[in-house]
Design a protein around this ligand. Structure first.
Ligand code: ADP
Ligand code: ZN
Ligand code: ZN
Length: 735
């Protein structure tokens, strides 16, 4: 008798969130192995489950065990390495295996979606066809069509013959024709319509980089490569040529791209080079299309997968390479359970499968730069644009002096002049407004001062609720001041501006300019994002006003000016990564200018232009920035010098919540962990629920081995959840 442990996928309730043992009936003995999807009886229901292991020793009465009652898919849906990876993720991110596996599998697989087939009609008995009497005119007609075409799709045949199914069916019964079903894959792209994307002879710099990476492909002790290349330096061509090499060795590649950059333009490069060997995954696919892309990979029909974060779980059987483009992107971290970061997961999967890993970026994360310093990653660099295009000129504008000179507008004089000059030349302009996050803070318009925590150096957040300023890392708080602590002016006020306001202001100065606004409001409809961008690309408007969604993948040669309305919103996030985010964002936005002929120009407005995060944007000076940023991280022991675990607590009962938060922090501190907080979350109350959070700081890379801390957190979670008043969520490596 064979027994298996399964995890339930259908219902993710805490009660079902563990392994269950079932018996394998005789008829499934060969079929049921690790990674197979099955149906199991549970109470009165039949639930979808995944076989995770065979059980050899059972220490309870076997008679109680029930039979597995069905197999859902004819082959394992998770490869061996994915199953191992799932186990690792479940341990590292402190969440159940079932939640991880649910994330790994596309919806269509879990729904048991049927593969799509198409019926083909083929003429098999010519003699008989000839002998069909003219009287049966419809049948005769069908035969004549097939004599010309030989094979036709069922529907096409009906259309051509302009008849019902009846005559075709009678021909089938007579044996004149045969009808075959062929598996068809629902494709999101028509491969034959994508233009070939020709091989480009690599530049000298690309050659050097290619050698470094290819050496890794064949090395026994592989280390990941950080491909650090300025915007437009030809990283994509490098990826394509490495993939070519991987294909030669008959291995598979996963290419991860931030969802927002998964534009038809990007996809066309991969498909244009490798044709239908490429499977593409993005959020606009139907469930059926996504299922088919997944199955193409599983069956080895696609050797290259291009997709967002979740594509790291593509069921490649013979993985050789993973590429993470724009590796610094925030979207590589999943916001819901399992709260994984794809960089860590990819690293693990590559390690398990002896695959190579390439992380590409013009503005690498501090995590990756630090790994280069530690010799855990190798550095490959492209320091010039691949074409003749040069990096844009950057002008930093000090908004304090504008204010002092009496300019109360959100536009500096320089920016206004530049908008006029560039649009007069029929060039296009992008105005960028950073509105990520929620936090509001106080800013002195007179001197640019913002109030920061004396202990943590992060900007204090203004809480309307209590009318106080608060540090989100420690419990520091102070009352709101009406006068700037630095220059004593009374121009210190809450800061924030919207895209709409910019549009209105712009119309005041340039009523004749046409604009397109791109923000969460205007892009919430399906495809509207693409339509707006296409409109802009087709020069239906001269100015594009947008939030971070415009920063990536936008390659419009006619854009010669980029204006950053205020660099300060990102800089003052209550986050130790504020400087890093600012630098990355500004560099990416600047990269949108001057992609075509002629030099681009970027105007950055800030109340704090001497900050190193803004200064370093000039010339994309990543090294200079990283040096200062890493020094700060080291001094305050923030990641990558330490590791953070964020714990968020939610409850409708404010007192109970606050008490528990204190209690939890005390318990952790008793075990000599460093704890930041507890604190109210930036948005204290959502839907009648109060939210507090705290952070545990642990030694770098130690969490995965700290069984004591893991167990403690899991037990706390279990106990407090059982009481039913407070809900707790844990985020390992929050961003
Ligand atoms: P990145 O991915 O680093 O932003 P891209 O791969 O988009 O850069 O390259 C920028 C531009 O340079 C593209 O138009 C690309 O076609 C071109 N390019 C890249 N490599 C070469 C090469 N070896 N020879 C000629 N043009 C190239
Ligand atoms: Zn603080
Ligand atoms: Zn001031």
């Amino acid at each position: 008798m064979k027994y298996c442990n399964v995890i339930i996928l259908d219902i993710v309730s805490d009660e079902l969130d563990r392994k269950f043992t079932y018996r394998v009936p005789e008829k499934y003995l060969d079929k049921i192995i690790e990674g197979v999807l099955v149906k199991v009886p549970f109470g009165k229901r039949r639930l979808l489950a995944l076989v995770v292991e065979e059980v050899i020793k059972i220490d309870f009465p076997k008679e109680k065990l029930k039979d597995i009652v069905g197999v859902v898919f004819d082959t394992p849906v998770l490869t061996n390495d994915l199953l191992k990876l799932a186990n690792w993720m479940s341990q590292y991110y402190l969440c159940s295996l079932s939640k991880v596996v649910n994330t790994m599998l596309p919806k269509g697989v879990k729904l048991g979606i049927n593969p799509a087939y198409e019926k083909y009609v083929e003429l098999t008995d010519k003699e008989m066809a000839d002998s069909i009497s003219k009287k049966a005119s419809k049948q005769k007609n069908v035969c004549e069509i097939l004599q010309e075409e030989n094979v036709l799709k069922w529907n096409e045949l009906l259309q051509k013959a302009n008849c019902t199914e009846a005559p075709v069916k009678s021909l089938q019964e007579k044996g004149v024709i045969t009808v075959n079903k062929k598996r068809v894959y629902r494709e999101p792209i028509s491969y034959d319509k994508v233009a070939h994307y020709a091989y480009k002879e690599p530049t000298h710099a690309q050659k050097t980089v290619l050698k470094l990476i290819k050496d890794q492909l064949h090395s026994r002790d592989k280390i990941p490569t950080l491909l650090f290349g300025v915007t437009g330096s030809g990283k994509t061509e490098v990826y394509l040529q490495v993939i070519e090499e991987v294909l030669k060795n008959n291995k598979d590649t996963i290419v991860l791209i931030p969802e927002i950059s998964l534009t038809p333009q990007t996809i066309a490069r991969f498909v244009g080079r490798f044709g239908d060997k490429v499977a593409v995954i993005h959020s606009r696919l139907s469930t059926g299309e996504r299922f088919d892309q997944w199955e193409k990979v599983l069956r080895g029909k696609a050797k290259i997968v291009v997709g967002p974060r979740s594509a790291i779980f593509a069921p490649c059987k013979n993985l050789g390479l993973v590429i993470i483009d724009e590796e610094h992107e925030n979207s590589y971290k999943q916001g819901e359970i399992p709260r994984y970061h794809v960089r860590s997961v990819a690293e693990k999967r590559c390690e398990m499968t002896d695959s190579s890993l390439i992380l590409g970026s013009a503005t690498p994360s501090m995590e990756s730069i630090y790994k280069v310093k530690e010799n855990k990653y190798q550095l490959a660099e492209l320091s010039k644009r691949a074409t003749d295009a040069t990096l844009p000129d950057i002008t930093l504008i000090d908004m304090k002096s504008e204010f002092q000179r009496g300019n109360k507008s959100i536009f500096s004089k320089t920016l206004l002049d530049e908008i006029k000059r560039n649009t007069d030349l029929d060039k296009q302009v992008i105005l960028f407004l950073n509105r990520r996050g929620y936090a509001s803070f106080l800013l002195c318009r007179e001197c640019g001062y913002t109030i920061t925590c004396p202990r943590c150096e992060v900007t204090l957040t203004y809480h309307k609720f209590s009318d106080r300023l608060l540090c989100h890392y420690c419990d520091y708080t102070e009352p709101v001041t009406s006068h700037c602590p630095s220059c004593k002016s009374n121009k210190i006020k809450e800061f924030g501006t919207g895209t709409q306001k910019i549009e209105l202001e712009l119309k005041k100065y340039f009523p004749y300019l046409s604009t397109i606004r791109m923000d969460v409001d205007t892009t919430s409809k399906k495809n509207s994002h693409k339509e707006l961008l296409d409109d802009f690309k087709n020069q239906k408007a001269q100015v594009l006003i947008g939030t971070q969604m415009i920063t990536k993948g936008l390659d419009i040669p006619n854009v010669s000016l980029v204006g950053v309305i205020t660099a300060d919103t990102a800089l003052n996030l209550p986050d130790f990564r504020a400087g890093e985010k600012t630098f990355q964002l500004l560099t990416q936005v600047s990269g949108r200018a001057g992609r075509g002929e002629g030099k681009g120009h970027v105007v950055i407005q800030s109340y704090n232009p001497s900050h190193y995060s803004i200064q370093a944007v000039r010339g994309e000076n990543v090294r200079k920035f990283a040096k200062e940023e890493l020094a700060m991280r080291k001094k305050l022991n923030y990641p990558p010098y330490s590791q953070l675990i964020r714990i968020v607590l939610r409850s409708s009962e404010e007192n109970a919540l606050e008490n528990y938060a204190d209690h939890l922090a005390d318990k952790l501190e008793d075990q000599e962990y460093e704890v930041l907080g507890p604190n109210p979350c930036p948005i204290l109350k959502i839907k009648d629920e109060y939210r507090w959070h705290l952070m545990v700081k642990v030694k770098k890379d130690k969490f995965i081995n700290d069984k004591k801390l893991q167990d403690f957190l899991l037990e706390e979670k279990h106990n407090i959840t059982e009481q039913g008043i407070i809900r707790i969520s844990i985020d390992v490596d929050p961003i």
